[in-house]
Design a protein around this ligand. Structure first.
Ligand code: COA
Length: 254
């Protein structure tokens, strides 16, 4: 089992819990591999009917590990992309329970979960531009479709944190649940799904996803090209260095 990922199976639900509290559950390459393997395990095991993704009560994930970003080499494989594609293609229903920060991929992965429950302390954020990067996970297509262009642009241009309530209004979160009930509620929803007729549920999910799938896959491919180039560029280098040095990034020279 991958480090910092806790996987358990109960009541036909595979629960994948992000567990790297000392770094706010920032996702390393190894963690993406573990998360991908867990979803693949759930997909191939007929005894598993639903997948639940969660973190800690006060922290879902601070997003991609910024040290990994800073050390990324040109042309290197992207376990994050493999994870996102595996999640997006999951045939079984995926439920997420989100408390605390959900930054970057911590928010974009939610766009590929079927049901998202958030605690009032949830803080979502898409700080790609602030990091000298661009959107990922098909979010450049999904967000305008969900929110309209103007609100999606605001979210992605400024990269400011937004509340659980704002995420619910945006349609990213299904419901807000008190912090102490969050995991139990999300688990109960997953259990309800696990009791449904499995083929009917999977086909319903596939049908719901069908119309947008081509556009999302296309956006993901386009984003990936730009993301990889930007990650090697000077703006991202400045942003990552600024994070490590705990100072504000200075983009004035570009
Ligand atoms: N990658 C690597 N390390 C991270 C991290 C990340 N994405 N996010 C947090 N950490 C580390 C910090 O460096 C710190 O490590 P240290 O104790 O060894 O110095 C530790 O986790 C705690 O983080 P800290 O910033 O002190 O916690 P906070 O509660 O003040 O703030 C966040 C939490 C998530 C708001 C803040 O850490 C943050 O903005 N992180 C970067 C998020 C980001 O840009 N992710 C990439 C998205 S694409």
């Amino acid at each position: 089992m991958a480090e910092h990922i806790a996987v358990s199976v109960q009541d036909r639900i595979l629960t994948l819990r992000l567990d790297r509290p000392e770094k706010k559950n920032a996702l390393t390459r190894g963690m993406y591999v573990g998360m991908t393997e867990a979803i693949q395990q759930a997909e191939s095991d007929s005894g598993i009917r639903a997948i639940l993704i969660t973190g800690a009560q006060d922290c879902f994930t601070a997003g991609n590990d910024l040290t990994d970003f800073a050390n990324a080499r040109p042309g290197e494989s992207s376990p994050a992309l493999v994870y996102l594609k595996t999640l997006a293609a999951a045939a079984k229903p995926v439920v997420a329970a989100v408390g605390g920060v959900a930054v970057g991929i911590g928010t974009t992965m939610l766009l590929h979960c079927d049901l998202v429950y958030a605690a009032p302390n949830a803080r979502l954020q898409l700080p790609f531009v602030n990091l000298g990067l661009c959107p990922e996970a098909g979010s450049s297509a999904i967000l305008p479709a969900l929110l309209g262009y103007g609100r999606a642009a605001e979210m992605l241009f400024f990269g400011e944190p937004f509340s659980a309530e704002a995420a619910r209004e945006a349609g990213i979160v299904n419901a807000i649940v008190p912090e102490n009930d969050l995991l139990a509620t999300a688990t109960a929803k997953a259990r309800q799904l696990a009791e449904k007729a499995p083929s009917a549920l999977r086909i319903t999910k596939a049908l719901l996803k069908r119309s947008g799938a081509g556009q999302i896959a296309d956006a993901m491919n386009e984003e990936t090209k730009h993301f990889a180039a930007l990650l090697q560029g000077p703006e991202a280098k400045e942003a990552m260095t600024a994070f490590m040095q705990r100072r504000k990034a200075d983009f004035s020279k570009f």
